[in-house]
Unconditional design. Structure first.
Length: 288
């Protein structure tokens, strides 16, 4: 069997295992469900109360939050899905795969391709739900921005898949990975500036957040979903508008240097390549 066929077969097998496990599908949505529930029940009114009667405030805050929900899903879904790789390693199935005549890299490619595809599919589903919520609340988002947001998901999910693949390569037991995944899911709401606005965090923490690919994805999505009305909300006061963007994570900085959207995309793509190579090396090293 050729390497390409091995990759495709393993991708299909992993995807089928994932969708047959309803609890895995549920937990891939759990992070988004928790954040959305907290926002609707508690956080939304608090944020809007702090912003007073500014015009368009609701649409901006809603877009800001939905961007964070999508960014969190793009990380947590690959994390949940990679449970299958950890299971295969703990039961010895992965060793059987690696012992076959096909190149070992074909199997690692199969894991990461299936992780990316499932992560992308689930993130698109969450984005569709987020857009339905935004439109139901009266938001107006251009079709161009929606298409750009879909495009952002590709490097976002790819980088998250590679990073989670690398981290999962160190873990060989299901219990340990379950605990690790819980920690990641909890942290992502903070890392992406979704539970707490980035500008409220200490400067050193803001620098760390500004360097993370998931935060770059959240930043870009915030601009696409909620950034259009900021200047109007502040009646042309560009200083106040920029301060608001910095506070809410529409702008990100590392050491005082502002991260532009194209830089975020580039960082996500570079991160994906680097961590896939590191993860592949780590798995093969442990088998040597």
């Amino acid at each position: 069997m050729s390497s390409a066929n091995v990759v495709l077969s393993l991708t299909k097998r992993n995807a089928l295992l994932f969708f047959r496990d309803r609890s895995a599908v549920f937990f891939s949505f759990l992070g988004a469900i928790i954040i959305l529930g907290l926002y609707i029940l508690f956080l939304r009114d608090n944020y809007l109360g702090e912003m007073g009667s500014n015009p368009g405030a609701a649409a901006i805050v809603d877009g800001w939050m939905m961007a964070g929900v999508i960014a969190v899903t793009s990380v947590t879904t690959p994390g949940v899905f990679l449970q299958c790789m950890v299971n295969d390693r703990s039961t010895g199935v992965a060793d059987d795969f690696m012992s076959s005549p096909a190149k070992p890299t074909a199997f690692t490619m199969g894991y990461i391709l299936s992780t990316f595809l499932i992560g992308l599919l689930m993130s698109l589903a969450v984005m569709a739900l987020a857009l339905m919520y935004l439109f139901s609340m009266g938001a107006s988002i251009p079709a161009e921005n929606i298409l750009l947001a879909v495009g952002v998901l590709f490097p976002s999910v790819l980088s998250a898949s590679a990073i989670m693949f690398f981290l999962a390569s160190f873990i060989r037991t299901e219990a340990a990975y379950g605990g690790f995944n819980t920690i990641v899911g909890t942290m992502m709401g903070f890392v992406t500036g979704t539970y707490i606005p980035v500008g409220v965090l200490p400067g050193s923490v803001q620098n760390v957040v500004g360097a993370l690919p998931a935060s770059h994805a959240a930043m870009i999505l915030r601009g696409l979903f909620g950034g259009r009305g900021i200047d109007a909300m502040f009646s042309g006061d560009t200083v106040a508008a920029d301060e608001f963007r910095d506070l809410m994570g529409f702008n990100l900085y590392v050491g005082g240097f502002q991260i532009e959207p194209w830089m975020g995309i580039a960082a996500m793509l570079i991160t994906a390549v680097v961590f896939f190579i590191l993860g592949t090396y780590n798995i093969h090293r442990k088998r040597a």
